[in-house]
Design a protein around this ligand. Structure first.
Ligand code: PLP
Length: 433
């Protein structure tokens, strides 16, 4: 069953001598599961192909962007057409307005938008706009939520920051985080208590409305409603970080699904169709504080890049016109239920939440509602499950604390193959637990 990957092993050796950990983003390094990262050669639909010639059913989708699968023909065609006209002009293009119109139509709380180059840039800039608008410094985040590697937000952050064991990173001066309050996700009482004493000093609350970066954690409706109410009462800017959930859970993101309107929203991943794009935007009165109309400075040499805009436009138009969300939800639901059934049959403690096209199999018997409960998972068991699946051609996110993604390219056969692989993997684990 094992799949030898000698070329990946050699390339990993080479890369480690050149880049920290051999990677350009820590989550890729297999730090949480051990072993050698798989070097990929190409993608096609729901599949990745590694440099040793193995095929994998891909549930990472480049960590979120590829909701339409790899090499979607409409996206490739749009990129090629834009490429033929040039890669970057440093002047306005029509494509920027086209993508902005698509975003604003999809996410009505975003009255004005600004394009940037990554999710990190989007959250960093949204925080700055909120501080500039309110004239206040303090911000609130939630333990286990990840908002990119922004200094002020690298406190109890999720995703790679969680996996790699630096809840607060060296290199971030204390001054950068002294204005950051960290509360527990889904705890409405903590929110009310903090707002009672500090509500008039808070610039913003930022959260993943549905969390993907400590594994999938679904919000209690009351928690989101409390945040909306307290922010309204105190003039605090509510920021939904929908870099992962935007165009993923629904075309209008988590805010459409839960019917709650934030003041600012950040986007990334899907909105760039596989190229580097981030977006922040929201209420017109807040966004009018951003330069050049307002005093809050923010800029970017390659922001609104024409090739990236073309990929984003093609992605959003395809999603809008084909509305795949029901089908994605159906596949994901059956996959999550199937994984649960197989884990139960093998007698392994687990819970497998799913929402839209996101799911996480947690090796923990109780529901995961916040960071503390996520950290109770059996990460060693997860690591072994991950490798058992990898060796059977199924590529899950390489940490217990990540969400997995289904794309429109996944087929009934992929579902069946995945569940068969999972059954064999669970059996192999159960024999040695
Ligand atoms: C991925 C992610 C980010 C960071 O985006 P980058 O493009 O990696 O900088 C921010 N917030 C959330 C919720 C994310 O999932």
């Amino acid at each position: 069953m094992s799949r030898p990957r000698p070329r990946s092993a050699r390339e990993f050796q080479r890369a480690q001598a050149l880049m920290p950990g051999g990677v350009n983003s820590p989550a890729r390094a297999f730090g949480a599961v051990g072993g050698t990262p798989v070097f990929m050669e190409r993608g096609e639909g729901a599949y990745l192909f590694d440099i040793d010639g193995h095929r994998y059913i891909d549930y990472i989708g480049s960590w979120g962007p590829h909701i339409l699968g790899h090499r979607h023909p409409a996206i490739l065609a749009a990129i090629q057409e834009a490429l033929a006209r040039g890669t970057s002009f440093g002047a306005p293009t029509v494509a920027e307005s086209e993508l902005a119109e698509l975003i604003i139509a999809a996410v009505p709380s975003m009255e004005r938008v600004r394009m940037v180059n990554s999710g990190t840039e989007a959250t960093m800039s949204a925080i700055r706009a909120a501080r500039g608008f309110t004239g206040r410094d303090a911000i609130v985040k939630f333990a286990g939520c990840y908002h990119g590697h922004v200094d002020s937000l690298l406190v109890k952050a999720g995703s790679g920051a969680l996996t790699h064991g630096h809840p607060s990173s060296p290199g971030v001066p204390a001054g950068c985080t002294q204005d950051t309050w960290v509360l527990d996700f889904n705890d409405a009482q903590q929110v009310r208590d903090l707002f009672r004493t500090h509500g008039d000093r808070l610039a913003a609350v930022i959260l993943e409305p549905v969390v993907g970066n400590m594994g999938l954690v679904i919000p209690h409706r009351e928690f989101l409603e409390t945040l909306r109410g307290e922010c309204n009462r105190t003039g605090t800017v509510l920021i939904f970080d929908e870099v992962m959930t935007g165009f993923r859970l629904a075309y209008g993101g988590a805010q459409e699904l839960f019917g709650i309107k934030p003041d600012l929203t950040t986007l990334g991943k899907i909105v760039g169709g596989g190229l580097p794009v981030g977006v922040y935007g929201g209420r017109q009165d807040i966004m009018q504080k951003v330069s050049p109309v307002g005093p809050v400075y923010q800029a970017g040499t390659l922001s609104g890049n024409p090739v990236a805009m073309a990929a984003g436009i093609a992605t959003l138009k395809t999603l809008r016109d084909t509305n795949p969300y029901e089908a994605l939800r159906d596949y994901t639901r059956r996959l999550a239920i199937g994984l649960s059934a197989e884990a139960a049959a093998a007698g392994l403690p687990h819970t497998c939440p799913h929402l839209g096209s996101m799911f996480t199999l947690f090796f923990h018997a109780e529901p995961v509602t916040n960071l503390a409960s996520a950290l109770r998972c059996d990460t060693a068991l997860f690591a072994r499950f991950f490798h058992e699946l990898l060796d059977r051609g199924v590529y899950l996110a390489c940490s217990q604390f990540e969400a997995n993604f289904v794309s429109t390219a996944h087929t009934e056969t992929d579902l069946e193959v995945t569940l068969n692989a999972a059954r064999d993997a669970f059996r192999a684990l159960a024999q040695t637990v």
